[in-house]
Design a protein around this ligand. Structure first.
Ligand SMILES: [Zn+2]
Ligand SMILES: [Zn+2]
Length: 236
């Protein structure tokens, strides 16, 4: 037997040693920038993985159920190894900055939900950030200089929220036992009669005796965008 080191070995080590800065750097490689909610996702993910003591190899031994698709979710994906592509990430479109990380073996889980007053408390901790946040993020205004200053402050806020604020001040934390959906299935591929592309069998519709993909059939399908999950016609 030839043992290969897990590609997640570096991340697993950072989880064990509570190297939050190292984990945040990893998360930045997919998220593209450093921000407070990415830091919160990293922190929540690290706490849950430490609690569950279950290695994650992207084979659904650990499942993360996220309730938002914002910066937080990228921190969760990197630290837990539960991603959009490996079926270990479940998205409940509830619009809450919250995650439940569960161990498939026995359903042991930990839910972390950002406290309702978190944003207010966070802005109160950094009085210089609030007015800039309103101007640059909420209203989409301000000079290039303002935006630059905001980015700089926002990164400083992320670092302090990561390292210096207690997890319990940021999250309501609840141990749970949950039942997970069955493991992901592999479906047969069917070729669409119109576009000729391969399609997962459950997404085929029969129309006029032809087997069509949803786009060619002109049917609605679900789309995940920055607004959450919605229905769309082809080429929304
Ligand atoms: Zn972000
Ligand atoms: Zn088609």
């Amino acid at each position: 037997m030839h043992e290969h080191a897990s590609p997640r070995q570096a991340i697993e080590m950072m989880i064990k040693s509570n190297d939050l800065e190292g984990l945040l750097r990893q998360a930045e490689t997919i998220h593209g920038h450093r921000c407070p909610f990415l830091a919160l996702g990293v922190k929540a993910g690290r706490h849950a993985m430490d609690y569950l003591e279950q290695e994650s190899t992207g084979m659904e031994e650990v499942v993360a159920i996220v309730e938002c698709n914002n910066c937080f979710t990228d921190g969760i994906q990197v630290v837990t190894g539960c991603t959009f592509g490996n079926s270990a990430l479940i998205f409940k479109d509830l619009g809450k900055t919250a995650v439940t990380v569960a161990r498939r073996r026995d359903g042991a889980a930990l839910r972390l939900a950002v406290r309702p007053d978190f944003r207010e408390q966070m802005l109160a901790r950094y009085p210089a950030v609030g007015p800039l946040y309103d101007q640059v993020v909420v209203q989409g205004q301000g000079t290039a200089e303002d935006r630059h200053r905001f980015q700089h402050l926002w990164q400083a806020v992320a670092r302090r929220e990561l390292q210096e604020v207690d997890l319990e001040e940021q999250f309501v934390i609840q141990p749970l036992t949950i039942t997970l959906p069955d493991l992901a299935r592999r479906f047969a591929t069917v070729t669409c009669s119109r576009c000729g592309e391969g399609v997962m069998e459950p997404r085929i519709r029969i129309s006029g005796g032809q087997r069509l993909c949803l786009a060619c059939a002109g049917e609605e399908y679900y789309v995940l965008t920055g607004r959450g999950i919605g229905c769309a016609r082809p080429d929304f």
